[in-house]
Ligand binder design. Structure first.
Ligand SMILES: *Cc1c(COP(=O)(O)O)cnc(C)c1O
Length: 391
């Protein structure tokens, strides 16, 4: 099959919900992808942060295929070893008490919202069900996680949305305090807003948030779907903020490219869900969990995590030398690139694809989230392509 055949079939048969770049990836190794014509692309997107170890990492492929030949799925009516092992590893690494596995970030957040509402209702009564989220946040594409997403552009077309969300601007302590009353059961935030434009939360604000939640017995939920699993240079982004929320949601990087989502619960929230309160047919699938265990094996390592920070510093330095780049934002290998007035990030990204670089956008910025184990040579190659794709 030629790439044009792929484009044609997609156009005819796949629902038109994505604005794809004209690249059909056939294979990949590390941070280098190949299309059907054998053309190579440096990967600065890692499938939106999912391919934490890049394309087809040897040990990861081995872990996944070994499990695939043992048993591919059992449903959650039965036990599997990878499921139990991944949960154990996640709790050991993070200090959390229990894990629930789903299949995606949206599903993890949906579960966290359910948990917070059940908690509020049981502790403070029926009226305690409101959840505060941030403006410019992104929490997923289900009706409820769209409602949680603090962007008007996502609150269209699909009425009625789930009730019970309030939005406050990031880094404004006063407006946060003003939004809290006895009906609030949870506050859900990203520490670095990814889709919303790669905006980082202030440390003081995060600590204020945690103190406020403790004082008022409100559950703090941190959406680490994008920031988690080493992306920002620590295993969890929360570590850099010195906060320990009641609930953390994970997804993207955790599966290394296979679909998984997770809700981490602390001692206060671990028993809120009881048998029958939540579930998923595929959640915590043994093949995906086997891949997840290998991701943790490689990422949860001091040398690996510090290499993420080193590469991030290097990337930012190189980016700032490019004409047309007026600023960088973000944390670790989650980088937003502001382009000069008159330049269009989407156009640049399209030009990059043409020239051999896969790169993301977030609002008006370019967004760079390479595999965490990208090599310095691949970074240099990618920067060179970006350099010649500015207009
Ligand atoms: C991507 C993302 C989600 C949604 O994850 P899906 O797996 O696409 O459902 C939720 N929250 C954040 C912060 C994300 O970046």
């Amino acid at each position: 099959m030629e790439k044009q055949d792929v484009f044609d079939k997609d156009k005819t048969y796949v629902a038109h919900t994505y604005n794809r770049f004209p690249v059909a990836v056939q294979s990949g190794r590390g941070a280098t992808a190949k299309d059907f014509a054998g053309k190579e692309y440096i990967d600065f997107g890692s499938g939106i942060g999912a391919n934490a170890l890049g394309f087809c990492n040897e040990e990861w492929v081995k872990a996944v295929t070994v499990q695939l030949r043992l048993v591919q799925h059992t449903s959650n009516l039965f036990y599997t070893m990878p499921n139990a092992l991944l949960a154990e590893r996640l709790c050991q690494i993070t200090g959390y008490s229990k894990v629930f596995f789903g299949n995606s970030g949206a599903e993890a957040n949906e579960g966290a919202i359910k948990l917070a509402r059940k908690y509020g209702r049981e502790k403070k009564g029926e009226g305690c069900n409101q959840i505060i989220t941030l403006q410019s946040s992104f929490h997923g594409r289900t009706i409820t996680t769209l409602a949680a997403t603090g962007q008007d552009s996502f609150h269209q077309h699909f009425f009625p949305f789930t009730e019970g969300f309030r939005y406050v601007p990031i880094n404004d302590c006063q407006q946060l305090s003003d939004a809290i009353d006895a009906s609030v059961c949870g506050i859900m935030v990203e520490l670095v807003q990814g889709e919303g434009g790669v905006t980082t939360m202030d440390k003081e604000y995060a600590q204020h948030l945690e103190t406020l939640c403790k004082e008022k017995d409100i559950l703090l939920i941190v959406d680490e779907v994008q920031t988690g699993i080493g992306r920002t240079g620590t295993f969890l982004c929360c570590e850099q903020y010195h906060i320990h929320p009641n609930i953390i949601t994970l997804a993207k990087g955790l599966g290394g490219g296979l679909p998984i989502g997770a809700i981490l619960m602390d001692e206060q929230t671990e028993n809120v869900f009881q048998s029958g309160h939540h579930g998923s047919t595929f959640g915590g699938n043994p093949v995906v969990c086997a891949g997840g265990i290998e991701v943790l094996e490689q990422v949860y390592n001091e040398a690996f995590l510090s290499s993420v920070s080193t590469k991030a510093v290097y990337l930012e330095e190189r980016l700032l030398t490019l004409s047309g780049v007026t600023g960088v934002s973000g944390l670790g290998l989650m980088i937003g690139v502001t382009v000069a007035e008159g330049l269009d990030a989407r156009q640049i990204a399209t030009q990059c694809a043409e020239n051999g670089l896969l790169i993301l956008t977030a609002k008006t910025k370019l967004r760079i989230m390479p595999p965490l184990n990208i090599t310095m040579e691949e970074i240099d190659k990618g920067i060179d392509v970006l350099h010649k794709s500015r207009s």
